[in-house]
Ligand binder design. Sequence first.
Ligand SMILES: NC(=O)C1=CN([C@@H]2O[C@H](COP(=O)(O)OP(=O)(O)OC[C@H]3O[C@@H](n4cnc5c(N)ncnc54)[C@H](OP(=O)(O)O)[C@@H]3O)[C@@H](O)[C@H]2O)C=CC1
Ligand SMILES: CC(=O)N[C@@H](CCC(=O)OP(=O)(O)O)C(=O)O
Length: 346
Amino acid sequence: MVKVSIIGATGYAGVELVRLLALHSEVELMFLTSQTYSGQKIQDVYPHLRGFVDKELREQNIEEIAEGSDLVFLALPHGHAVAVAEKVLKMGKKVIDLGADLRFRDTKTYEAWYKVSHENPVLSRDAVYGLPEINRNRIKEAQAVGNPGCYPTSAVLALYPLIRQNIVDVKTIIIDSKSGVSGAGRGLVLGSLYPECAESVKAYNVGKHRHTPEIEQILSELAGTDVTVSFTPHLIPMTRGILSTVYAGLTCAAKDIDIEGLYRTCYRDEYFVRVQPKGVWPQTKWVTGTNFCDIGVDIDARTNRVVVTAVIDNLVKGAAGQAVQNMNLMFGIPEKTGLDLVPLYP
Ligand SMILES: NC(=O)C1=CN([C@@H]2O[C@H](COP(=O)(O)OP(=O)(O)OC[C@H]3O[C@@H](n4cnc5c(N)ncnc54)[C@H](OP(=O)(O)O)[C@@H]3O)[C@@H](O)[C@H]2O)C=CC1
Ligand SMILES: CC(=O)N[C@@H](CCC(=O)OP(=O)(O)O)C(=O)O
């Protein structure tokens, strides 16, 4: 059994990890931490876990936690992970950060967009970006993984087959995303209050969302050239789910491309990416509670642009599920373990 602990177990991402790991056959849950609720049992803070997990929430004593764990998940606000990751790694244990602190090869970019200083550029440079569909072999060898952001997971999986085949003009990419409110976390945020967001949809952080440089970093690495994207996130009144619609101009004639075949070939061995038949556009409900990313794709022959939609559950493939998938890879556990779930529908 792999011994795992979660720092920040009471946030939405952390508690989703607890849910998935509670029934994971190869894992033993060791320590769960919380600042606010330390001393209480997690099943008292989150009664849906009663009967599955019986654990007291602890303070963040990292040495003790790392000593008793093989892997530590960090589900903290950005800016808090580096110091913890350093201690865990120093004790020879592995770490997966669900936040943004280990996602950037160039920490100057991180500092510019996140407005916090990064104390360990080497740690960030050596960490592996944890998108298994692209980085599987490197994740298997990793000591530290930066788990991708929720919007970038959907956008990069939507674009990867196009970039890999070099059939779109990378200066024309537009990413239009909608997220459920749990993406903002459990903290009290005015915009997450029911009267503020119910029966309403809005764009936010237009042209300046922190996931823009993350998407550009990965697409640039894949394309071998600098890629810039127009990315606009929207808040939509639902709890879970992200839908990203991506547009890109083709560099060849539409008639020369079997677009569905291209996506099927690219993802043929990827259990968690489900390419829909041409003309079928997935909805967020098709993936709720699971690690799937469902993709719909077609070419708009009139404009010679590809249109792709990708849906994920932001808390699963966008956070905790992807983290479990990465853990499985890092410990040689079959990749689907703990994640072989049927979506919740309707
Ligand atoms: N929500 C989502 O869909 C996704 C979230 N993420 C990332 O995962 C991380 C956690 O997000 P999420 O769960 O949504 O956030 P929440 O606000 O729901 O939870 C934050 C967690 O961090 C703990 N915490 C807060 N401040 C501190 C601090 N100063 N020191 C130690 N612990 C602290 C909280 O503990 P407590 O309240 O018990 O004191 C809580 O457990 C973030 O980096 C986020 O960006 C990534 C992808 C998707
Ligand atoms: C709806 C909503 O507010 N979503 C969050 C998602 C960010 C997130 O989860 O941050 P990381 O993935 O980078 O850690 C936001 O836009 O800030």
